[in-house]
Every structure is written in C-alpha cells, then in structure tokens.
Write a protein that binds this ligand. Structure first.
Ligand SMILES: [Zn+2]
Length: 280
C-alpha cells in the first residue's frame, strides 16, 4: 500500500470509516476504491487509457440508486447473473456505507476537465477514485459498457432532483455524451472486449433523450391534456394532482363512475410525464 508505484496520495491512518469498513467487509465481500486501484483485473485497470469513465463512490447519496438503475438496464440487456450478483453486492455495500453526502461543487474542482479518462482516474491524485476512502465501495462505469450512457444520465437526473449543483449535473451530462460517442460497446460479461476502430474516424454528434420531468393531466374520454406540474414536485402539488384526478374532465365534463359489479370507481383523468419542451 506504500509502494512507490502506488498512486494513493497519502494513506490515511486507521479511522472511524476504516473501522466501519471492516465490519462491512465481514458481511459483504465488496470492491473498494483500493481494490480498483491495485487489482490489475479491476474495471478501471482493464479500461482503455482514453476511455471515458464515471466513478460512483459510496459516499455519494445518489450512487445506490444509480447502481440499482445499472442493474435494471443490465438485466434487460442480458448481462449474466454472476455480473448482476457482483453489482448487487456493490449496491448493498454502498447502501450500508455510513458516510453520505450530496455531490457538491468544491472550489478546487473548478477549471478541471469534466470528462475523465480511465488513465486520468488511475493517475491523477485528486481523481474521484484516488480521492475516495481506500475502503469505500466504488462502482466504475466505463464507456464500453452498453448501458453506461443511460446510467450516467440517470445519475445526473437523480443528482439534480436531490439539489446537487448545476455544474455537477452538467458535468455528468458531458460524461454521458462522451460515452455515447465511444463507439466500442459491449454488454458486460458477454464475450471479449472489441478492438478499437481505426483512429481518425469522425466522432458522430449524438442526440440524447430528454428526461420526462413535466406532468400533464390527460382525459381518457376526450383526450384533453393540460399541464399540471413541473419539478420540484412538492407534497402540496402532488396532493392537488391526486385531487384533480378524482374529479371530472374540465374539457368534456366526463365524470368518474362506479362499476356496479366490482364497486370500484373508474376515473376519467390520469397523468402522464412528458419532456419539458414537448407540449406548452
Ligand atoms: Zn375529457
């Protein structure tokens, strides 16, 4: 751990996080930041030097949800069970990590590249990976992972909803775009890593989906649709939406009815989520 080849800036003394980490290790065999740094077969060490990467660390409050989303996307793409089980261990370990913070913008981060390559994460002393506690569970997402873009965009979406600074959210979206331009995609755990294409090939400009953040009220009878809300969705707004969907359509007047057989009420109004600019 103190070898000259080690890029860890300064190994911290045993602390409360280390103590808590040993009890966590006793329950879950997870991959820590130190494991990612030193194991030659780790995700970061097997990535191509210039491959864009996104390192989720357990301290990040949004990390657990992002790993959960990775699991969901990966399962749908046919990632093998052993890889899913591996990720689930990381999710649980991250969930149980005791230090939690919102991603914040610290002064020292301004002016640095927002998109980090595997080489930068490995070598730069203040990279996310090298800045993490050595025992901290981490989840490294590399651009060649077929679900990387979806997961980083989800992270950005969740971070924004939790009130992270806009610069952090925008930085993550830049990472997602760089990952989308990375043309060598593979489903984790299936087959070997593909060879790089010939250098010099033009990077295609990529359009990324816009998240559906705005809610509209829709009438099932006449199709009438009107805006009811946009983020942040506070309790008051959600209560008024619930109340509205129990009522009659403001356009056609169709009202909820009760099924005489089942006794269940049938609404005429429902809600749908749309992208911010898809409807006035
Ligand atoms: Zn109607």
């Amino acid at each position: 751990m103190n070898s000259p080849s080690d890029h860890i800036p300064s190994a911290p003394a045993p602390d409360s996080l280390s103590a808590s980490a040993s009890s966590l290790r006793a329950v879950i065999s997870y991959i820590s930041a130190r494991d990612e740094r030193v194991n030659p077969l780790s995700v970061i060490n097997r990535a191509e030097p210039d491959e864009p990467v996104f390192v989720l660390r357990a301290r990040d409050m949004v990390a657990t949800a992002a790993i959960e989303w990775w699991l969901w996307c990966a399962r749908n793409r046919g990632v093998p069970d052993d890889k899913l089980a591996r990720a689930e261990l990381q999710r649980r370990a991250a969930d149980l990590w005791i230090e939690k913070r919102l991603p914040t913008q610290s002064g020292q981060e301004t002016g640095k590249a927002v998109v980090r390559s595997a080489r930068q994460e490995r070598d730069e002393p203040d990279s996310v990976l090298n800045h993490a506690h050595p025992d901290e569970p981490v989840f490294v997402i590399v651009a060649s992972d077929a679900v990387a873009v979806e997961v980083v965009e989800f992270w950005a979406f969740m971070a924004q909803r939790h009130g992270a600074p806009d610069s952090k959210v925008q930085a993550a979206m830049e990472v997602a775009k760089a990952m989308a331009r990375w043309s060598h995609k593979r489903v984790v755990g299936t087959g070997s890593r593909p060879q790089r294409a010939a250098p010099g090939a033009a990077a295609p400009e990529v359009q990324r989906p816009v998240h559906r953040t705005h809610m509209r009220l829709v009438c099932l009878e006449c199709g009438h649709s009107e805006k009811v809300g946009e983020p942040p969705f506070d309790a008051e707004l959600l209560a008024s939406v619930r109340e509205a969907t129990d009522g009659a359509c403001p356009a056609c007047g169709a009202a909820p009815s009760v099924d005489p057989v089942s006794g269940l009420s049938r609404r005429v109004l429902t809600t749908e989520m749309v992208a911010p600019d898809s409807a006035p």
